[in-house]
Design a protein around this ligand. Structure first.
Ligand code: IMP
Length: 178
């Protein structure tokens, strides 16, 4: 693989992420207290690290499922057309569902995914996004819980990639081309 032609500046440390997840988990547990089993749906691929840390903080019976929607590809501009590349493995009709997203950017992905999941009749459908870039929004949508609001910068790490690289960084960093 060719060397990076960009630098990464740390934006949110692993420690801050962990502390925020702990706080958000408490709110999620209060909201879903008494649930039979919460279906936690991770949007692939960017949420895989976040969902792993999040579910381990949830003191609730949970089932984990994944859904993959097309988004950036290798480019840095969002596509408006959202396609489902991998659907859920289980049923969500009549069940409590929490959708876990890495970043809400234009909002097209979350809007499309929530429309699809709502059509399946969940008892309750809430969302959590680790990051939110409100200044980029083109669809009026907001996650129930947000980890951090960030400026309009391209970020990597903690599961989030640039052209499939840097998902394994333990922190969130901004990309700066050199
Ligand atoms: P939206 O449909 O424009 O809200 O795009 C959401 C998806 O775009 C996220 O789930 C990410 O996969 C991707 N994305 C948005 N911003 C970034 C970024 O800064 N770095 C990497 N991926 C991003």
């Amino acid at each position: 693989m060719s060397p990076r032609d960009y630098e990464i500046d740390e934006l949110i440390s692993a420690k801050r992420i962990a502390a925020r997840i702990e706080g958000l988990s408490r709110e999620i547990c209060d909201t879903f207290a008494g649930t039979d089993q919460l279906v936690v749906v991770g949007l692939l691929r960017g949420s895989f690290v976040f969902i792993a840390d999040l579910v381990r903080e949830l003191d609730l019976p949970v089932e984990v499922d994944f859904l993959e929607a097309s988004s950036y590809g290798d480019a840095m501009e969002s596509r408006r057309e959202v396609r489902i590349l991998k659907d859920l493995s289980g049923e969500i009709g009549g069940r409590d569902v929490l959708v876990v997203e890495d970043i809400v950017d234009t909002g097209f992905t979350l809007h499309h995914v929530l429309g699809l999941l709502r059509s399946r009749g969940p008892a309750r459908l809430e969302t959590i996004a680790l990051l939110d870039k409100p200044s980029r929004r083109e669809v009026d949508i907001k996650a129930t819980w947000t980890g951090f609001e960030i400026p309009d910068e391209f970020v990597v790490g903690y599961g989030i990639d640039y052209a499939q690289r840097d998902r394994n960084l333990p922190y969130i960093g901004t990309v700066r081309f050199t």
